[in-house]
Design a protein. Structure first.
Length: 322
């Protein structure tokens, strides 16, 4: 534990020094490729920092904050785009908006005390959940899997909310919400794009989707150009998730095809704006083919989420419990 604390201090001191370099020196360099090249050492460093931890929690948090969101924000910054443009007035704001999954609220609203109550409720439920693990030998497999998913959801929500509240107090500014009741999602697109972990689509949209759509519009109509943008966004998201799973499992190879299903549904939903209604059929065909190929390995498991997420979730919770 002492060694992990030392590693945590070293990692975040390195991150702060690196981001200070980005704040003071890189704005003096012409935006575009020259500025991107000047940021390459920092981008490479952020890829390595999560490997400094033996704790899966510290490794994943650092990977999400710095390797994923931090790197994407700096790449956008090199082209004068994204949440770091215009450059914040103070170094503290620049560091916070680079390191953490936060975004300044454009139209601040009156203070609402309900989120604090919701946060306290989630912490209480999480504490009860940890207590229930003491009786997991007597639980059915289905109930245990449900608790694992609840554990993962609550832990992510608590960490993100805690970081948001601390930064909000430190900077004295209002920040946008990081999730919007993901348990009320009506589809995969609604879940990933409008409800869960909203800071990720807020970064993928200007970093991947918008550039790909602009390039595609040179070859096709704007209506059809959105499909390459959607596909590119999910491909990049899938690659980053693979990187996070690498940090989680230290290189253990796992087969993951969930992003293809999400991309298929997203494309189908967008197409229904006109006359092509392919969403349900496309998703059913894809999952049916996938099921037949994996039947022997998964013993006729019919729920897609179980195929895609159980190995990673179980491994994550197992590492938490030990």
């Amino acid at each position: 534990m002492e060694q992990e604390l030392q590693n945590l201090i070293k990692v975040w001191i390195s991150a702060v020094i690196s981001i200070s370099y980005c704040y003071y020196l890189t704005p003096r360099i012409k935006s575009g490729v020259p500025r991107l090249l000047s940021l390459c050492p920092i981008l490479a460093l952020f890829l390595v920092l999560p490997l400094c931890f033996s704790s899966v929690h510290l490794s994943l948090i650092t990977a999400f904050f710095l390797t994923w969101l931090g790197n994407f924000k700096l790449i956008l910054f090199s082209f004068d785009k994204g949440p770091l443009t215009p450059v914040p007035a103070s170094l503290a704001r620049f560091i916070c908006f680079t390191c953490f999954p936060i975004k300044a609220q454009q139209n601040p609203k009156s203070q609402n005390h309900l989120p604090k109550l919701v946060f306290a409720t989630k912490v209480a439920i999480f504490g009860m959940l940890l207590h229930l693990y003491g009786y997991r030998e007597n639980m059915s497999l289905a109930l245990l899997f449900a608790l694992y998913f609840l554990h993962l959801y609550l832990e992510i929500e608590i960490i993100l909310s805690f970081v948001k509240n601390v930064v909000c107090i430190f900077l004295g500014c209002d920040l946008e919400q990081q999730s919007n009741k993901p348990y009320l999602a009506t589809s995969l697109q609604d879940f990933w794009g409008r409800r869960w972990n909203l800071m990720v689509p807020a970064i993928l949209r200007p970093a991947v989707y918008a550039p790909m759509r602009r390039v595609s519009e040179r070859k096709m109509s704007s209506r059809w150009a959105l499909f390459p943008g959607i596909l590119a966004a999910f491909i990049v998201s899938g690659l980053v998730h693979e990187l996070l799973f690498f940090y989680l499992t230290l290189g253990r190879e796992e087969e993951d095809e969930g992003d293809a299903a999400v991309a298929a549904e997203s494309g189908g939903v967008e197409a229904t704006h006109g006359w092509v209604r392919v969403c349900d059929r496309l998703l059913v065909v894809y999952t049916s083919a996938y099921k037949e190929r994996r039947d022997r390995e998964i013993h006729q498991r019919s729920f897609i989420g179980r195929w895609f997420l159980y190995p990673e979730v179980i491994h994550f919770v197992y590492l938490f419990l030990i």
